[in-house]
Ligand binder design. Structure first.
Ligand SMILES: Cc1cc2nc3c(=O)[nH]c(=O)nc-3n(C[C@H](O)[C@H](O)[C@H](O)COP(=O)(O)OP(=O)(O)OC[C@H]3O[C@@H](n4cnc5c(N)ncnc54)[C@H](O)[C@@H]3O)c2cc1C
Length: 596
């Protein structure tokens, strides 16, 4: 089965659109260039195809189970992760001195999307471990780094993120797990945690749980949360007091074991504080912002995989005739000939390729944020990351699910069976709007915090970025109309944002339509990223030295036409959303609880 992303698309996004080779101008990446980047991506594709993709269905059919108190997981998952680690992907962006490859984050993400497309639930294990290593590198003491970073980067230890509790999912201010100083610079933890991915298994020498808990006497709410490292196996070799209470049985994403864990049932759960007390949520969010981009990209890769699968099917299945064809003996046409099928293919292509372009643009911002010599550039990159991250997490995970729905629809009855993978893509993808901050919470974050943060500085930078693209696009006569359309959509969004954020509605009323605001912003960003691709495609169609376009002509024309589709069918959705927002629709707010 074909694996997403298509190599020519990835090449186009990385080189024509993002000019990643320029990253080698940062001293940290000076050893690298296009050649090393391509070698890394080729290796990722090969391992994803050979080791991750083949057991995607098997892991779905044989979910992890408890046997004699141990979690049993099909062996192919551990073997795939071993191949991932052997190739150095778990340490890819870390210092060479630590055994890493010192690669730009953009290239690391571009490599990682292959694993997500091939098998999202197997990719979740290294995803969590990479996030844990980033956190320990950023916040750990020298001793903690010396003890834990090496084994994490080699893939001998795995990491987890332990925030949720049975009664506290979205509302982390209600976390009850407590930590008591043990008088020897360590802590003893007590509490119940829920939904913990990768929480217990036998695939690693150790599992490092990064746990949010409240030190006794700490303030209530999120300001009293601290972060602790709780190893499954303690330094003295004893099993820590972390008990597996049970496994959760999910509709999708089944290869990733999901656990309920009890910390300190026996009063002897050892933990180490990471960083400063009461700063736990800030550290965790530092880790989760990158994770949220990764969640968005994971959703997008499932959309991409569904697009390629349904495209192949639509090209090969004969069904019906064109509306004007009255002769019943005329041969049937392929599904792809039908306008309604093309509509659903275009929708998927728009989300999949547009989403990938956005995700890698964000990854490039992570590199700018970390490496640019100018402080101003670094700050601006950070603000853009702040405002666009909830959009890729929420808007794109919703759209990606709708894209998977379209893939099923294109394949008709066949799409609804387990003989084809599209139903699994949809089930796997259904998690993405829920975890890493449910999409409703992301919408509240976007409107309630990100749109107004630093006097609207992040929003202003996004506006500047979009305006700059309209100027670039206007230089190509064939994009002038699209440039104008994006400018007027941008003006509408600016107006709505200022109306919403300056009105004295109070937070409850202001946020009553946060999801509509997210959708409006999402459509704006989708159109913008497509105009960026269209400008790069126009450039590509001019050919090198104004001459040869090579075998990319169809591909580049496909980019231009998909951009036209987005502007004709998706961008106009902004208008009714803006109407709802400008008129402060309160129908949801005013509905009495008793009237349901
Ligand atoms: C398969 C899976 C894997 C997971 N992995 C992990 C993990 O590794 N580590 C971890 O810590 N957690 C993990 N989670 C937990 C996940 O992050 C939570 O499920 C999520 O935060 C939502 O919490 P909840 O399920 O308690 O739902 P709730 O918080 O009860 O939310 C239910 C609904 O109400 C909405 N809602 C809640 N509060 C508000 C509000 N104030 N305003 C408006 N709407 C609101 C939400 O948007 C959501 O739609 C995982 C969950 C699943 C299902």
């Amino acid at each position: 089965m074909v694996l997403a992303p298509r190599p020519e698309d990835l090449d186009f996004i990385l080189h024509d659109m993002l000019r990643v080779e320029e990253l080698a101008e940062y001293p940290r990446f000076e050893e690298h260039g296009r050649e090393t980047f391509e070698a890394v991506l080729e290796t990722a594709r090969r391992i994803a195809e050979d080791k991750f993709q083949p057991h995607n269905r098997a892991a779905d059919l044989a979910e992890p189970k408890l046997v004699d108190g141990k979690v049993e997981i099909i062996p192919e998952i551990g073997q795939a992760i071993e191949a991932f680690n052997q190739a150095g992907f778990s340490a890819a962006h870390h210092d060479e001195a630590l055994g890493g490859m010192q690669l730009p984050w953009t290239v690391v993400q571009a490599a990682f999307v292959h694993f997500q497309a091939a098998n999202l639930s197997t990719a979740a294990y290294p995803f969590l471990s990479i996030a844990a290593a980033n956190l320990i590198r950023a916040q750990g003491t020298d001793a903690q780094k010396a003890r834990y970073l090496g084994p994490l980067l080699k893939g001998r230890y795995f990491g987890t993120m332990v925030l949720s509790e049975p009664h506290a999912g979205s509302s982390l201010s209600d976390v009850r797990t407590t930590a008591k100083p043990d008088g020897n610079q360590g802590y003893r933890l007590t509490g119940s945690k829920m939904w913990i991915s990768g929480g217990e298994h036998e695939m690693a020498e150790n599992i490092l749980h990064l746990v949010l808990a409240r030190i006794e006497g700490a303030p209530a709410g999120v300001k009293g949360l601290s972060l602790f490292l709780v190893p499954r196996i303690r330094e003295d070799g004893a099993l820590n007091d972390v008990r597996l209470v049970g496994l959760n049985h999910k509709m999708g994403y089944r290869g990733t074991v999901n656990t309920a864990l009890a910390f300190g049932d026996g009063g002897d759960c050892h933990g180490e504080l990471i960083g400063e007390a009461n700063e736990g949520l800030a550290y965790m969010f530092g880790m989760m912002n990158e994770a949220r981009i990764g969640v968005g990209l994971g959703a997008i890769m499932l959309a991409y995989q569904g697009y390629l699968t349904s495209l192949d099917y639509a090209r090969e299945r004969p069904q019906g005739r064109h509306p004007g064809e009255k002769d019943p003996d005329a041969p049937q046409v392929m599904l792809i000939e039908h306008a309604d099928i093309r509509r659903m293919l275009l929708k998927q292509k728009a989300v999949a390729e547009g989403g990938l372009a956005l995700g890698l643009w964000l990854a490039r911002l992570v590199d700018r944020h970390g490496q640019d010599p100018s402080e101003r550039e670094r700050i601006e990159a950070g603000l853009l990351l702040d405002i666009v991250t909830p959009i890729i997490k929420a808007f794109f995970s919703d759209q990606a699910l709708a894209a998977n729905d379209a893939a099923i629809q294109i394949m008709g009855g066949a799409g609804y069976t387990r003989d084809h993978p599209v139903e699994q893509y949809w089930r796997d993808n259904r998690l993405n709007p829920i975890h890493e901050g449910a999409n409703g919470i992301q919408a509240i974050d976007l409107l309630g915090r990100k749109a107004t943060m630093r006097d609207g500085a992040a929003f202003g930078l996004l506006v500047r970025e979009i305006e700059a693209e309209t100027v670039t696009a206007r230089q190509a006569p064939m994009l002038e109309d699209l440039s104008d359309q994006l400018s007027s959509a941008l003006n509408r969004v600016r107006h709505v944002t200022s109306v919403l954020t300056s009105a004295q509605l109070g937070p409850m009323k202001m946020l009553a339509n946060a999801s509509e605001y997210m959708e409006m912003m999402g459509h704006l960003v989708l159109a913008w990223i497509w105009l960026r691709q269209a400008s790069a495609a126009v450039e590509g169609l001019r050919g090198e030295d104004g001459g040869h376009v090579g075998d990319r002509e169809d591909f580049l024309k496909g980019k231009l036409h998909t951009c036209r589709y987005v502007f004709a069918r998706e961008l106009p959705k902004i208008s009714p959303l803006a109407d709802t927002l400008e008129h402060f629709d309160m129908t949801t707010f005013d509905m009495d609880t008793e009237w349901f």
